[in-house]
Structures are given as C-alpha cells and as structure tokens.
Design a protein around this ligand. Structure first.
Ligand SMILES: Cc1cc2nc3c(=O)[nH]c(=O)nc-3n(C[C@H](O)[C@H](O)[C@H](O)COP(=O)(O)OP(=O)(O)OC[C@H]3O[C@@H](n4cnc5c(N)ncnc54)[C@H](O)[C@@H]3O)c2cc1C
Ligand SMILES: NC(=O)c1ccc[n+]([C@@H]2O[C@H](COP(=O)([O-])OP(=O)(O)OC[C@H]3O[C@@H](n4cnc5c(N)ncnc54)[C@H](OP(=O)(O)O)[C@@H]3O)[C@@H](O)[C@H]2O)c1
Length: 271
C-alpha cells in the first residue's frame, strides 16, 4: 500500500480540469484518489459524475464514477478499479498528485435519500467498487438524521479488497462531525467469498439464510420500515433485487420514491 499526498494549486489547462491532490493504492486492482472540487459543484451524496483523461486522439475519454466523498467535503474522492486493458483505468491508475483529470460537473444518480420513502433502517448493499457511493452516504450526517440504524454490507472475493471500506468505517468513529451518530447507528458487515475471513458469504445468501440478521441481532427486513440502496455488478444487482422483492420491498426512483434503489457499479460482465 502506498500513500502520496501533496498540497497543490489547480492549474487549468484541460476542459473541466481538476488537480489530483492524493492517491492511495489498496491492491493491484484497486486505488482511491482525491481531486480539487469545482467551486460551483453541488451534489447529493450517492451521485456520480463523468471523469477522465484526454485520449490519444485529443478527445476526452470519460467514464461514470460515483463520488465517494460526502457533499460537505472541500475535495472530491473517488474509489477505482484498475482494468489492465481498460481504456481509461489502464492510464488513470498512474496519476500522481499534481496531475490533472477531467471532471464534468453534472452529478446524477438514483442512490440518493430523495429516492426512498422515510424509514427506520437503511441497508447499503455493495460488492467491489460498488462501495463508492456508500463511502459518500456513510459520511453524510443526513443519513443518520433520517434513520435509526444504517447497515453497511460489503462483499468482495478477498480480504484486502475490503480495506478501503474497513478503514473508512473505522475512521468514522473519530470523526468530529458524525462520530457520535455513527457509534450508535452504523453496523458494518464485511464479508469475503473466496478467502477465509471471520465473516463469509454472498450478500444474497446472508440475507436469504437470515445469517446477517442473526449475527447482528436484527429483525428480518420489513417493507414498513426497511429501506435499501444497492450497487454492484449487473448479476449482483439482479439477484439482490429478487431478494429485496422477496421481503416485500419495491424499487423506487427519484421521480417515485419507494423502498429500495439500485445503481450499476460498472457496465459489462467482468474483467
Ligand atoms: C453509474 C456508474 C458508476 C460507476 N462508478 C464507478 C466507481 O465509483 N469506481 C469504479 O472503479 N468504476 C465505476 N464505474 C465503472 C467505470 O465507469 C469504468 O467502467 C471503469 O473506470 C473502467 O473504465 P475503463 O475505461 O478502464 O474500462 P471499461 O471499458 O469501462 O471497462 C472494461 C471492463 O472492465 C470491467 N469493469 C469496469 N469497471 C469495473 C469495476 N468498477 N469493477 C469491476 N469491474 C469493472 C467491466 O467488465 C467492463 O466491461 C461506474 C459505472 C457506472 C455505470
Ligand atoms: N477480485 C479479484 O481478485 C479479481 C482478480 C482478477 C480479476 N478479477 C476479475 O474482475 C472482475 C470483477 O471481479 P470482482 O471481484 O471485482 O467482482 P465480482 O466478480 O462481481 O465479485 C465481487 C463479489 O460479489 C459477489 N458476487 C458476484 N456475483 C454475485 C451475485 N450474482 N449475487 C451475489 N453476490 C455476487 C462475489 O462472490 P463470488 O466470489 O461467490 O462470485 C464477490 O464476493 C471479474 O470478472 C473477475 O474475473 C477479479
């Protein structure tokens, strides 16, 4: 794991340029980075923007990225995959503090509080980099003002792939702004599926078997007061939707708030 930070002044040469302020590599296929925030950018925690670099043809090469930082942060944080032959991430993984990226300041997305009816418990269900929008929402005071309990389920194949989320959750307890709210309300349930760790299993299996409810001492999901936000691969999203519908939750949207909402963590079947 390497850590690079620097205090740098933005130098604007690209269209919608922002300057990289920090980069951290978590595994050989995961890294996070921070960039300057456009003064005019307002977003709701959980939304995504288009970011990228200039392509070899001189045109912007952009991809959707969930903003991983909360909306009160002075900078923007992103949590990224490194796809070996990926047009963007094969290059983006080499950024260092002082470099510039392109960031289109038009945030959108469905993983927002406004797309859910009021409830008592909020479930964040994520695989892999699908954690990113919840890294934002877990740091937003509104999350704890709106709900009595927040449960973060994150599943990866291997233990090291959980590290970004684990470190973030552990740091929240000491956070001046939301430390106290988090201590009372946030439950963290990280699992792996391929490497042996204390908690194992797919999110779908741990919900249908009731294991997560038993482990955390919670009542099973009830559409009267449970709300959920889902972010993972297409296959994961598809299977979780069936599980949530089985508990009686219905999919909502910005235009029609209901009991759960879903966003793709990426397009495609896998690397
Ligand atoms: C709404 C939305 C939000 C997104 N937010 C993020 C984010 O916060 N962090 C992030 O890393 N990516 C995110 N992505 C994916 C991102 O847009 C790019 O696909 C990714 O950065 C790879 O770009 P690329 O050009 O290198 O490869 P691409 O050509 O875009 O992808 C190549 C292949 O790599 C696989 N892949 C792409 N992204 C991922 C991933 N995140 N995890 C596992 N496999 C993947 C897919 O199989 C894809 O077909 C998001 C996608 C969407 C639709
Ligand atoms: N993670 C790695 O170490 C690694 C390394 C090199 C290449 N890759 C490639 O990268 C791509 C993405 O890998 P990834 O690990 O980020 O994502 P992934 O394959 O979507 O797996 C992430 C987590 O989600 C679980 N999962 C997958 N499909 C699910 C479903 N339908 N319902 C419930 N849970 C589900 C997986 O469990 P299961 O383990 O049970 O599937 C795993 O714990 C894959 O094509 C993979 O071949 C991954």
């Amino acid at each position: 794991m390497t850590d690079q930070t620097a205090v740098v002044a933005p130098v604007k040469t690209l269209p919608d340029a922002q300057t990289v302020t920090a980069v951290k590599h978590w595994t050989d296929r995961l890294f996070s980075f921070r960039v300057t925030r456009p003064a005019s950018l307002r977003f709701r925690s959980g939304e995504f923007v288009m970011i990228g670099l200039l392509g070899d043809n001189g045109k912007p090469l952009l991809r959707a990225y969930s903003i991983a930082s909360p909306n009160w942060d002075d900078e923007l944080e992103f949590y990224s995959i490194k796809v070996p032959d990926g047009p963007l991430t094969s290059r983006l993984q080499h950024i260092v503090p002082g470099d510039q990226i392109i960031l289109r300041p038009k945030p959108v997305g469905t993983l927002v509080h406004d797309a859910l009816l009021p409830g008592k418990r909020l479930w964040f269900l994520a695989t892999g980099t699908g954690l990113a929008p919840f890294a934002s929402l877990m740091r937003d005071p509104e999350t704890y003002e709106k709900y009595d309990q927040v449960i973060m389920m994150h599943t990866c194949r291997e233990a090291a792939e959980l590290d970004y989320g684990r470190q973030l959750v552990e740091g929240l307890k000491d956070d001046e702004l939301i430390g106290e709210m988090v201590a009372d309300k946030l439950l963290y349930y990280p699992t792996t599926t391929r490497e042996q760790t204390p908690l194992m299993g797919r999110i779908t299996d741990n919900l249908t078997s009731g294991k997560v409810f038993a482990d955390l001492g919670l009542e099973p999901m009830d559409p009267a007061h449970d709300r959920a936000m889902v972010c993972g691969s297409l296959a994961f999203n598809h299977d979780v939707k069936a599980v949530l519908e089985g508990f009686g939750l219905r999919e909502g949207a910005n235009s029609e708030p209901l009991e759960y909402v879903v966003e793709k963590a990426f397009v495609g079947d896998g690397i």
